[in-house]
Design a protein around this ligand. Structure first.
Ligand code: SF4
Ligand code: SF4
Length: 312
């Protein structure tokens, strides 16, 4: 056990050195309770048109199906809270998408961590995951003592709030799982549920089909008229249920230049957005998560807000 504790501490130190805000480890076991919850969520149709969520159910709930002889799930948080923001009187982009696509950044750092383990500790087999494979990242982060999953369904760290990216390293090396599990600190608060403009939050569950984040990024084709007038100004993602969360009041800005807002994005006013052309889109969002929506998707979202409400 002593050796495992020492190794875990050594890996943790390296993770913090690489810029991760927090680090935790859990045993790579089957997620029994969470698999039932996931099944219920899918049965309720809360995944909207994200049919890929129905795939790889076993892999999603059992890390041993993702990495042979998996022993440990290492979870890390990367704080992306920016130093500066968009102007308030314009269309809004979720803060996680201000800078470079986090998949690349967090993956690069986790690959460095994996390399460190191989070089400095011992040869291991493992894989790095950043929101790209069927891994229940929030569940693993909570199990590793990095926070709790709040009523807004985000992982909330007592120290950093919820503006964090989550990544995992699943490896076949046994480590120390003696992590201190955090209790749920939501208490009687309902700020996120009250603030959600589309009623997408059922405490601790998200009806993704109603969520602005899903509708602006994942939803193909037209956006249903029932959401007209409820979008506030969001054209890519939505931060409302995180912005109102008291645990984000003390979010500390990260200095990483890769996640800061560019001067161009900061100064875009409504008119600029309405006249957005492809060249400016490329300048604004090269290597950004917004590329996922594509130029046409972003234009669709802007048009949806712009169009007047149908008369009843
Ligand atoms: S992201 Fe926005 S729409 Fe989605 S649950 Fe949170 S507040 Fe509601
Ligand atoms: S706003 Fe309140 S209820 Fe919602 S996640 Fe934050 S603390 Fe929990």
């Amino acid at each position: 056990m002593k050796n495992k504790t020492k190794l875990s501490e050594k890996i943790k130190q390296k993770a913090l050195e690489l810029g991760f805000a927090a680090f935790g480890i859990s045993g790579a076991t089957f997620l029994k309770k969470e698999s039932q919850q996931l099944k219920q969520w899918l049965d309720n149709g809360f995944h909207g048109e994200m049919h890929y969520m129905e795939n790889h159910f076993e892999k999603r709930t059992n890390p041993q199906k993702l990495v042979e002889r998996a022993k440990s799930v290492i979870s890390v948080l990367y704080n992306y809270y920016p130093k500066d923001f968009q102007r308030k009187d314009t269309y809004q982009i979720s803060k996680y998408a201000y800078g470079r696509d986090y998949h690349y950044v967090v993956k690069e750092k986790l690959n460095q961590l994996l390399e460190f383990i191989k070089q400095e500790i011992q040869e291991v087999s493992g894989r790095v995951f950043v929101d790209s494979a069927p891994v229940m990242d929030k569940v693993w982060a909570a199990k590793s003592g990095l926070g709790w999953i709040g009523k807004n369904t985000n992982l909330i760290s007592k120290e950093f709030g919820s503006f964090v990216f989550i990544g995992e390293l699943i490896i076949d090396l046994e480590l120390d799982y003696n992590m201190h599990l955090l209790k749920d600190y939501c208490g009687s608060c309902t700020k996120c549920i009250d603030a959600c403009p589309t009623g997408a939050l059922i405490p601790y569950q998200l009806n993704a089909g109603k969520c602005i984040s899903y509708l602006t990024i994942e939803k193909k084709g037209d956006i249903p008229d029932e959401f007209k007038g409820k979008w506030n100004n969001w054209i890519f993602g939505c931060d409302i249920c995180q912005d109102v969360c008291p645990w984000n009041a003390k979010a500390k800005p990260n200095n990483d230049p890769q996640f800061q807002i560019s001067g161009l994005l900061k100064n875009m006013n409504r008119e600029d957005w309405q006249h957005l052309d492809k060249i400016t889109f490329k300048k604004l969002f090269k290597n950004s998560p917004v590329e996922r929506a594509k130029y046409e998707g972003l234009k669709r979202n802007i048009e949806f807000i712009k169009k007047p409400l149908a008369k009843s």
